[in-house]
Write a protein that binds this ligand. Structure first.
Ligand SMILES: O=C(O)C(=O)C[C@]1(C(=O)O)C=C[C@@H](O)C=C1
Length: 288
């Protein structure tokens, strides 16, 4: 395996590919049909690194990514990249008349709910595994259908812009996680590191009064800032959750072990999912 063989949510023209192009300095790139396939490829050693979407500013966490990282693979987040997201409505160049069906990734559809509701209330909406896939489907189906996707997908599939910037809220960004099985140094472009973060997963022994308060207190009195906390089902029964917590500092050998010992004394478990630099990159989004 070459040193930097990077898998991403493909096919061509996805936002994930855009993020990959913006971040990496060289390497071999492999597109996968869906997020689990991409993470499985890291697990199998087919690729050294995967880039997958993890959170969008409008629609929130990409649960498939979070859950797959927690339940199905043993990988670490080694970097994250935030890029602006601009959604466009793309059609076949020969299209005219009514749009009967709109294809896209579920997160992209969610980012444009209000737009679809007001502009195309009668169009059928169908999920695809990525926005790039939606653009491919429109290119092969021809006139009468549309894709929500980016300018790269338009360019690479020969589609026409029916409408641009159709996301419901202007401040649209997605965070992408870069994951590896065995963390190695990445060859990335010369972007400034915005901050360093550490993501931990905390499980509580059972539900009791003040349990989460005690967990948060372990970070609070050490003056460790948390930038995100989210509960997800443990998938062991209703009411059983784990907490995913982003801490705004790199892992260290004093504060984090201190938190871990304190939580373990309470019967909780803490697992570090990664400690990593965070990059924010402005990708160009020309529309014609
Ligand atoms: O479908 C794509 O283009 C993706 O890269 C996936 C994804 C996502 O899962 O959120 C990435 C960015 C946008 O938020 C919409 C879709």
């Amino acid at each position: 395996m070459t040193e930097q063989r990077i898998g991403y949510l493909g096919p061509k023209g996805t936002f994930t590919k855009m993020a990959v192009d913006a971040l990496f300095e060289g390497g071999e790139f492999v597109g996968y049909e869906n997020i689990p396939a991409c993470l499985d490829a890291v697990e199998a050693g087919e690729i050294s690194t995967a880039v997958v979407p993890i959170e969008n500013a409008i629609e929130g966490s990409v649960h498939l990514t979070v859950d797959y990282l927690v339940h199905h693979v043993n990988q670490s987040i080694i970097a994250e990249l935030t890029v602006p997201i601009k959604q466009h409505l793309l059609v076949h160049p020969d299209h005219e008349g009514e749009i009967k069906k709109v294809y896209s990734h579920s997160h992209a559809i969610a980012q444009c709910h209000q737009y679809l509701h007001t502009q195309y209330p009668n169009a059928e909406v169908e999920n695809t595994a990525s926005t790039g896939k939606a653009a491919e489907v429109v290119a092969s189906e021809g006139p009468g259908v549309a894709a929500i996707a980016n300018h790269l997908a338009a360019e690479q599939n020969g589609l026409r812009f029916m409408d641009t910037d159709i996301h419901d809220y202007d401040n649209n960004h997605t965070r992408f996680a870069v994951v590896q099985k065995v963390p190695t140094t990445l060859k990335v472009k010369d972007h400034p590191v915005t901050k360093h973060k550490t993501t931990v997963m905390v499980t509580l022994p059972k539900d009791y009064v003040g349990a989460l308060h005690q967990v948060l207190a372990a970070f609070a009195w050490r003056k460790m800032n948390l930038s995100k906390i989210e509960s997800r089902p443990l998938k062991t029964g209703l009411g059983n959750y784990f907490f995913l917590i982003d801490v705004d500092q790199p892992y260290d050998h004093v504060l984090f072990p201190g938190v871990q010992a304190e939580l373990e004394a309470l019967g909780c478990q803490l697992k570090v999912l990664g400690t990593y630099p965070s990059y924010q990159v402005d990708v160009p989004s020309p529309v014609k």
